[in-house]
Design a protein around this ligand. Structure first.
Ligand code: VAH
Length: 313
């Protein structure tokens, strides 16, 4: 049985469905600190605070869990509002899961890292898999430390933990929560609603991004790859798209030509400025055959086609 922790989140709610398609809904247990939402009503649900080690053990034993996708974390922007809480939740949560994996001899663990592990002195273009990493957000610091712990538990205890450094994730089935890349989701809702869009990043801000179906594909491809192919046990660089808010708006204007956008950079600009423009993911492509499917216009067409239906507009 697979336990998804953070199943109500932007990634979790979509990944839970895909895991249900792969293994059967009855094989997937959804959990979150919040009440279950409509998106995961087809799944057995457990309220779970990932800070509660005893409850983690109870749920693992109760359902016979053999794999955990641990997605619960405080993201970059939200983490800056409460650094100690974000550090404590992100780190204690991960360490609880790594310890549980060791103690219960779980088959596999998935834990997401992020391009937020890179910082101002990291090479910005085609950022390599192994490079200088000086993150300056609590979220990025917790993801960098988390990567080190994942590799440590793999090397010392043989825990089969796997991880991806996600770029900004863009989907229409769930709203993001507290990220710096959330503008790229909000803009689609505004375009369809016929409302003007104010972007909280400047017009020339280039960021690595990925459409949610590609992020799900990368995650499951990595988790289903034979263990011997998974050579990076900190976290793999993965990439798909890199664009500025203007390039994204132009992609949307092919179908919503009246979209108006202005710019009001806020505290998230400093966070975005510390992250790379583009990522070198050649190791993921070599080791387990990573290959994205969507370019920026295919992503926009898919979202603009489905978002109105999905939100019953
Ligand atoms: C965030 N969406 O903005 C997340 C992600 C690379 C960005 O880590 O914090």
């Amino acid at each position: 049985k697979v336990l998804v922790i953070g199943a109500c989140g932007q990634l979790g709610s979509e990944l839970t469905h895909e895991l249900g398609k792969l293994f059967g809904n009855e094989q997937v247990i959804a959990s979150d600190i919040s009440q279950p939402n409509k998106a995961i009503e087809a799944f057995t649900f457990e309220r779970l605070d990932v800070m509660n080690r005893e409850l983690i053990d109870t749920i693992i034993k109760k359902h016979g869990i053999t794999q955990i996708y641990h997605l619960a974390a405080i993201l970059s922007a939200k983490g800056e509002e409460n650094p100690q809480w974000a550090w404590n939740l992100n780190m204690t949560g991960l360490l609880n899961i790594l310890e549980a994996a060791k103690d219960h001899k779980l088959n596999k663990i998935y834990w997401p890292s992020s391009i937020a592990v890179f910082g101002p002195t990291t090479p910005r273009v085609d950022t390599p898999q192994h490079t200088v990493m000086d993150p300056n957000t609590v979220y990025g610091i917790s993801k960098l430390a988390g990567e080190r712990w994942c590799e440590y538990y793999h090397n010392k205890y043989g825990v089969d933990v796997r991880s991806l450094r996600y770029p900004g994730l863009i989907g229409y089935k769930s709203l993001p929560g507290g990220g710096t890349t959330d503008y790229a989701v909000d803009i689609y809702h505004k375009a369809i609603a016929g409302e003007d869009f104010t972007c909280f990043l400047s017009e020339e801000t280039v960021l690595p991004m990925m459409y949610m179906p590609d992020a799900i594909k990368a995650t499951i491809d990595l988790m289903e790859a034979p263990a011997e192919k998974v050579k990076v046990r900190s976290s793999y660089n993965v990439a798909a798209l890199s664009f500025t808010p203007v390039e994204l708006a132009n992609s949307i204007k092919r179908r919503y030509p009246d979209l108006k956008m202005d710019f009001a950079p806020d505290f998230r600009q400093k966070i975005a400025d510390s992250w790379p423009d583009s990522i070198d993911d050649s190791e993921a492509r070599k080791d387990w055959g990573w290959q994205e499917s969507y370019d920026i216009d295919q992503m926009s067409d898919d979202i603009l086609e489905n978002l109105p239906k999905y939100f019953g507009k």
